[in-house]
Ligand binder design. Structure first.
Ligand code: PMP
Length: 354
């Protein structure tokens, strides 16, 4: 076989994204909604899909869905952009606002995809690590952006995997302090019931990222969206793949968004179960959960990697961060159904007590 020449230099140190998603009895590793879309809504989706012409290209901008999202947020369609999951829109952020000679301000530990996208696009990463309790080092961030060379910042609120909201007054100070694009990644905002949405029209440099993957049970469908000012959305439109959101996903998104009120009881159940987990977990010796405004809980536990393995051996998959930089000794469990959470608590107690 003839050899192939090396790929682009920025790929040399990259490892393909691996969510470590191994089929298991209880899948509480990926912060998904534990409940699938309700049967009656699925029927409505099937009817909507029947009306889709598979031989035609989809509406490139998903305008019907875009209009629904815009209307629900008191915005115009030009202030909304739908993507193939939040992930596509994150990549577009690096394409549109990063690149050679440009800088991304990152607040680790946080969602690892941001740094990957920066590396792929030859964007320099400037890290301002969080404090020991994972709160944002606010003064250090404000000080760093005041140098004027940062092109975009991503503030994850609630932060993944650590769980807490970014303080609103900090984000507002940041927006005042810089003309860098400030993305607030609100992938989990439905579980915190807090959004920067009210400030969108005051700050041209504010853009919000949302997803259908969590609260709306559509991780398997791939739909995310941005809320932003028209001038910013226009830049994203220049870099996105024209047909990234297929017609079937658009149809699913329309039906689910129309029925979004029906997801509220499921969201409330997750919030209630989160409180139960946060109350029960510290009763297990050595287990220290961090506060969470989201649908997952990061916790530290002695011998975390062994605990992860023992849970896996019992059919419970959670996420292992025990060797991840700045997260050493921690694991993250997604809030599941009451039965799943009870099984998790019981297994964790058995494993730790031995
Ligand atoms: N942002 C954060 C913080 C996430 O955790 C995720 C999902 N893991 C995403 C964005 C992207 O989600 P999706 O591509 O499923 O919309």
């Amino acid at each position: 076989m003839k050899p192939v020449r090396p790929s682009a230099p920025q790929l040399q140190d990259l490892v393909p994204y691996d969510p470590k998603y191994i089929p298991c009895n209880i899948m509480n590793s990926a912060n998904e909604n534990p409940l699938d879309v309700d049967e009656s809504i699925k029927h409505e989706i099937m009817r909507e899909i029947r009306g889709v012409a598979f031989n035609r290209y989809p509406d490139p901008l998903a305008n019907d869905l875009r209009d629904m999202i815009a209307q629900a947020n008191g915005l115009d369609r030009n202030q909304v952009l739908v993507g193939n999951g939040g992930d596509e829109l994150l990549f577009c952020t690096a394409l549109a606002y990063g690149g050679p000679g440009r800088k991304f301000l990152n607040l680790p530990p946080t969602f690892s995809v941001y740094v990957n996208n920066a590396q792929l696009t030859n964007t320099e990463v400037v890290n301002v690590p969080r404090n020991a309790d994972f709160s944002i080092n606010e003064e250090a961030v404000l000080e760093r952006v005041s140098q004027g060379d940062i092109d975009f910042v991503i503030v994850t609120s609630p932060n993944n995997p650590t769980g807490q909201l970014a303080p609103e007054d900090f984000v507002l100070r940041l927006l005042e302090a810089t003309d860098a694009l400030v993305m607030v990644d609100e992938a989990y905002f439905e579980f915190s019931r807090t959004s920067l949405r009210p400030y969108l029209l005051q700050y041209e440099n504010l853009v919000l990222l949302r997803t259908f993957s969590k609260a709306f049970s559509l991780a398997g469908v791939r739909l995310g969206y941005l809320l932003g000012n028209e001038s910013v959305i226009r830049e994203y439109m220049k870099v996105r793949q024209p047909y990234s959101v297929d017609a079937v996903s658009q149809a699913v998104g329309r039906v689910v968004f129309k029925n979004r009120a029906r997801f509220e009881p499921g969201i409330n159940a997750i919030i209630t179960e989160r409180a139960r987990l946060l109350e029960e977990m510290p009763k297990i010796p050595g287990v220290k959960p961090y506060p969470s405004d989201s649908n997952y809980i990061l916790f530290s536990v002695p011998n975390a990697a062994d605990v992860w393995q023992a849970l896996f051996d019992r059919g419970i998959l959670i996420r292992d961060f025990s060797r991840a930089p700045l997260l050493e000794g921690t694991l993250r469990v997604s809030v599941g159904t009451p039965e799943e959470n009870t099984a998790f608590l019981r297994a964790l107690r058995d494993i730790v007590i031995g």
